[in-house]
Design a protein around this ligand. Structure first.
Ligand SMILES: [Zn+2]
Length: 452
């Protein structure tokens, strides 16, 4: 049987190689740290394949690995990147031990199985295969397996951009994101390609009132009541819709009903159309609606210490995310339009702010990704989109403004629906053996195509 152009023997050899490195990485607990141990595993693998690499970083146990492979002639530079750290896991919620690299039922299980030791391993295998076959591509391929993506001590990619920029500087960056997941639309497979990221504009609202004994309420001067009104106004608000060019094209690819697509692309009707779409297809709506603008989600409330004491202040944290088309000033102005009419005294304070960022969607890089994918999946369509979560791509875009950075690692066997929207940061995080194996093959073919 031929799989994705490889005969049974070659596919099995590839699978063995990928799983060997991948499961070794999954067996190292890199919960927000300890990346150096994992980086050394990658280093040993690359060394076996004749590729020199360096460990670098601010902290001894939180090093990143960087390597490069020069092609046969001049050309552009591609950096393939991935982070080695993972988020904490509660073993009690898992059906297998989370750091055992278990292979069973056609899957590889473990924290980091999709986020993103799969891509770290698959990219390293692609690098090794290119080296073994003589590195006949043009330009330069860089590789980085990095520390500290999930929980910021900023000693990973941000540190490298600042202190070792040459390790990452490139024309193209391949990283994580939501890219590579696919949905069936009209008999075709629509693959997400993350070309941009929303950013944090998280803030705190504080209200103040008169304190006193709980038996003597003053409704007009209550910090808690004022805060509750503010939280309701913020939490239920639908910020004005923005429909960027990327979002309009995304809608066209994902929504086959032309009339509904037209309403979704009209800022004046987008919110109502989004609600309509949610009834028809909640999965697709969940991808499209956050692209219409800022989201405001009340998360943390804080007021009062004792039931019988009226607190003098109350606070709420709002997890707000903004699009690349927006600024933080827009958020402050919008909050004022919601809260000023309430006639409550409120204070505003930023909690965490990052910069939204994006790369152009139509580039030689996206064309190359589409070309390579279509060879193996003839009915594939690429759908560039802005991801709701952020990744280390933001540091690279900031440090090298001309670098085109995308999040993409293709999942072929399992769809977005089968994965229930993805498994990052969830118990029983797992990936099909076929998918992680194909990812290595895809990355190798992408280098050969992009750096032709
Ligand atoms: Zn990640």
């Amino acid at each position: 049987m031929v799989r994705y152009g490889l005969d049974e023997h070659d596919w099995q050899a590839l699978e063995d190689e990928v799983l060997g490195l991948f499961t070794a990485l999954l067996r190292i607990d890199t919960t927000n740290g300890n990346e150096t141990e994992a980086a050394r595993v990658v280093q040993a693998y690359l060394a076996e394949n004749g590729i020199a690499s360096e460990l670098d970083g601010e902290l001894p146990d939180r090093q990143s690995l960087v390597a490069r492979l020069d092609g046969a002639r001049p050309g552009p530079t591609l950096t393939m990147m991935g982070h080695l750290d993972v988020v904490p896991a509660d073993a009690g919620e898992w059906s297998v031990p989370p750091f055992a690299g278990v292979v069973k039922d056609g899957f590889v299980w473990g924290v980091g199985a999709t986020d993103m030791k799969n891509q770290v391993a698959a990219e390293a295998v692609a690098l090794a295969r290119l080296k073994r076959s003589g590195a006949s591509f043009a330009g330069t391929l860089k590789y980085a397996a990095t520390a500290d993506e999930e929980d910021g001590e900023f000693c990973g990619v941000q540190w490298l951009c600042e202190h070792r920029p040459e390790a990452l500087r490139a024309d193209y960056l391949l990283n994580e994101g939501m890219g590579g997941l696919w949905l069936p639309v009209d008999g075709r497979k629509v693959f997400l390609l993350a070309v941009g990221e929303k950013a944090f504009a998280q803030f705190r609202i504080r209200t103040r009132g008169r304190g006193g004994h709980g038996s003597v309420p003053e409704k007009e001067r209550s910090a808690v009541i004022d805060l509750a009104r503010a939280v309701i106004a913020l939490g239920l608000a639908d910020p004005p819709a923005i429909v960027s060019g990327t979002t309009a094209r995304f809608v066209d690819v994902l929504v086959p009903d032309a009339a509904l697509a037209a309403r979704l692309k009209d800022p004046a009707r987008a919110r109502a159309a989004g609600a309509e779409l949610r009834r028809l297809d909640p999965v697709v709506a969940g991808l499209i609606e956050p692209l219409f603008g800022a989201t405001l989600t009340p998360t943390v409330l804080d007021a009062g210490k004792a039931v019988n004491v009226i607190p003098t202040r109350a606070e709420a944290c709002i997890d707000c995310r903004i699009l690349p088309e927006m600024t933080h000033t827009d958020v402050e102005a919008y909050v004022a339009t919601l809260l000023d009419p309430l006639d409550v005294q409120w204070e505003f304070e930023w909690v965490d702010v990052t910069t939204p960022n994006a790369s152009p969607a139509e580039t030689p890089f996206s064309e190359s990704i589409a070309r390579v994918l279509e060879r193996d999946v003839p009915d594939a369509v690429l759908a560039p989109m802005t991801s709701g979560s952020f990744t280390d791509s933001r540091w690279v875009r900031e440090a090298f403004p001309d670098c085109i950075a995308y999040g993409f690692a293709p999942f072929l066997a399992e769809s977005f629906h089968a994965m229930d929207g993805g498994r990052d940061h969830e118990p029983d995080e797992r990936i099909m053996i076929e998918d992680v194996t194909y990812q290595a093959l895809f990355f190798e073919r992408l280098v050969r195509d992009l750096l032709a």
